[in-house]
Every structure is written in structure tokens, then in C-alpha cells.
Design a protein around this ligand. Structure first.
Ligand code: SF4
Length: 344
């Protein structure tokens, strides 16, 4: 029988393991600290444990670790990492350096079951959800990379890589808990943004749980029929339900929601599209991130003319809605938003 990954156990479960084996439960605290705070990759590193305990752990468990498989560097400094998981599957995570911050873009699933037409990841079928430790390790690897390559610590995390984080809700939330806890990486939740296509029921659940990270919604159209044509799953979660869940979130969490919005030629570049977005934002306390489209080799999606994006920004400003234009990073290595597809 294959051994269990010890990092799939909670602190209480590890303590119980020690109690059941007639050891003091504080051994559980020591092991937990080695696993998450010190990122031990084998039991022999746990030098404050007697050799006999290390051997019992070795006989009972494994520590699965992700491995850096490929590294691609963009001319703008962005680094795309191909990450090999314990079962040889590959996901991608990206380090994005700017003057002000260093951001890790993290994956939550191998492939994706949602079929957003403009996204390269949608071409890979969903194989499985990432485990808590696989999400955590991506942050750890990029944090180390940031110190070595950029001489600065990692400052922000976005769940915007491969997969829909809310379709792997429990593991993503547990990973964020460890990333932000003192016995993990101790990062501030204010520096973490979870980006989702918007699953109303789970948005409300997160609000009820009073999560402390930020929320971004990949909206891309505030007109139901257009949104459905580019994000087909949205026929199950319509814009009215989405709006309602975002208001619920805001009322409990009191943080503005970021609306992610790509403008495409001939799809959402009309006056009616801008007005629909303004109407949406007037109902939800939010700010808009207008994103440059990154080609994925599908000719039905073409980047909108810059004039149209400027027009969006002007009209949003006139309606007192804050917006920014996000320039793409790492396009030359297919590391930009929506381009992750294990092509390296
Ligand atoms: S945009 Fe996100 S949810 Fe949609 S297919 Fe791509 S990875 Fe999945």
C-alpha cells in the first residue's frame, strides 16, 4: 500500500498519530513546523526529533514535493515555471516582477473543466485538483526564486494561474490559511487575490467564512448573452445571481471587488458593452481592471483597438468608477493571463 503524504494531515491528526504511537503530542507541533514553516523535504532534516521517531515517520509517510521542471524567462523579467507534481503531471506558476511588487501567479488545478473560449488552459481537460501542499509549494518556490533572481521578497499572490480556484475550494482555502499563518509563510492575506469566474454559492460561503483576502471576478461582459458565448458555464450562474453574491460579499467583507475585463474586437467593444459594465459597477462597489488580450492562437479573439480601451476608461471615469489598464507581462513566453497551457 502506498504511504500517505504527511502534509495531507492537519496538526491535530499529526498529534493523534504521535499519541497513538505512545509519544508526547508536542512531537506533532515539531513535525508540523518542519513541514510548513521550514519546508523540510525529508524526515532526516527534522533534527530535533530522535532518530527512532524519524524512522517511524519514514515507515509511515512520505513528503511529496513539487519540483521545478522548466524555467522560461521573458525579456520583461517575468519567469514562467513548469512545475512537476508527484505523479508527473505538470502545472505552471509565474513570477511577475514590477517596480513596486513581486507577484506569484499560482495554479489551483491541473487543467480546467470550465470552457472559457479565450483561455489556453481550457484546451487542457481537467485532470485533478491540486493538493494543499502543491498550492503552498508553488508560493514557496516563487518566494525563493524572487529572493535569488530579483533580490526582493515575494509581495503578492494571485490565484489566476491554471484552473478555477473555487472548483478546488477546500484545498485553496486551506493552502491560504497555511500561507498566511505564523506556522507557515506568515504572508498578509491583504496581499492575496483570489480570481474567479464567479460561482455565486461559493462567493457567499467565503463571505460567511469572513475570509481576509481580496476577490477578483473575471467578468469580460456584463451582458448575459455575450458572457455566455465566451464563458459557456455562465448559463448556470447568471449575472443577476453573480451580482447578488458580490453584494453579499461586499456587505460582509467590506472590500471593493476587482472586475477583470478583457476587451476584444467585435465581441465587447460597443457602446452598449461599456454602458452595461457601468451599470454593473454602479451596483457593486468595485474597480475595473481592463486587461490587454494575450493571443492564444484562436483567430476568433482579437485584441481590441487601443482607442476602444481608452474609450472604456474615459466612460468609466466619467461614471466615477476607478479603472486601470493592465499591460500584459510575459507574452513572449506564453506566461500572460489566459496563456498558461503547458507549452514549455
Ligand atoms: S479562464 Fe480560468 S476558469 Fe476559464 S478556462 Fe481558463 S483557467 Fe478555467
Amino acid at each position: 500500500m502506498s504511504k500517505k503524504d504527511i502534509r495531507s494531515l492537519s496538526l491535530d491528526q499529526i498529534k493523534n498519530f504521535f499519541l497513538e504511537n505512545s509519544f508526547n503530542e508536542y512531537r506533532g507541533d515539531q513535525v508540523y513546523s518542519w513541514l510548513w514553516e521550514k519546508s523540510a523535504i525529508n524526515f532526516q532534516q527534522m533534527t530535533n526529533l530522535p532518530k527512532s521517531i524519524r524512522s517511524i515517520l519514514e515507515d509511515s509517510f512520505v513528503i511529496n514535493h513539487i519540483k521545478l521542471h522548466t524555467i522560461q524567462k521573458s525579456k520583461d523579467g517575468t519567469i514562467k515555471n513548469g512545475i512537476k507534481l508527484f505523479d508527473d503531471l505538470i502545472v505552471e506558476s509565474v513570477l511577475i516582477p514590477t517596480k513596486k511588487r513581486i507577484t506569484a501567479c499560482i495554479s489551483s488545478q491541473v487543467g480546467c473543466s470550465l470552457n472559457c473560449k479565450f483561455c489556453a488552459t481550457s484546451k487542457l481537460k481537467r485532470i485533478r485538483n491540486l493538493n494543499v501542499d502543491e498550492i503552498f509549494d508553488q508560493v514557496k518556490i516563487i518566494g525563493d526564486q524572487s529572493k535569488i533572481v530579483c533580490n526582493r521578497p515575494l509581495s503578492n499572490i494571485v490565484f489566476m494561474g491554471m484552473g478555477e480556484p473555487l472548483m478546488n475550494y477546500n484545498n485553496v482555502i486551506k493552502a491560504i490559511e497555511i500561507i498566511t499563518s505564523k506556522s507557515g509563510l506568515g504572508m498578509s492575506p491583504k496581499r492575496i487575490t483570489l480570481s474567479t469566474v464567479g460561482i455565486p454559492k461559493i462567493i457567499k460561503k467565503m463571505a460567511d467564512e469572513k475570509v481576509k483576502f481580496k476577490l477578483a471576478i473575471s467578468l469580460h461582459s456584463a451582458i448575459q448573452s455575450i458572457r455566455e458565448s465566451i464563458m459557456p458555464f455562465s448559463n448556470k450562474f447568471n449575472l443577476i445571481e453573480l451580482e447578488e453574491s458580490l453584494l453579499y460579499w461586499f456587505n460582509l467583507i467590506k472590500k471593493k471587488i476587482t472586475i477583470e475585463y478583457i476587451v476584444w474586437n467585435g465581441i465587447n467593444d460597443k457602446e452598449s458593452d461599456i454602458l452595461a459594465l457601468i451599470e454593473f459597477c454602479n451596483k457593486i462597489p468595485s474597480k475595473v481592471n481592463l486587461i490587454e488580450y494575450n493571443p492564444i492562437g484562436d483567430s476568433s479573439f482579437k485584441k481590441a483597438n487601443r482607442k476602444v480601451i481608452d474609450e472604456y476608461q474615459l466612460k468609466l471615469r466619467n461614471a466615477n468608477i476607478v479603472s486601470t489598464i493592465r499591460r500584459s507581462r510575459g507574452i513572449d513566453i506564453d506566461a500572460a493571463c489566459g496563456q498558461l497551457a503547458n507549452k514549455s
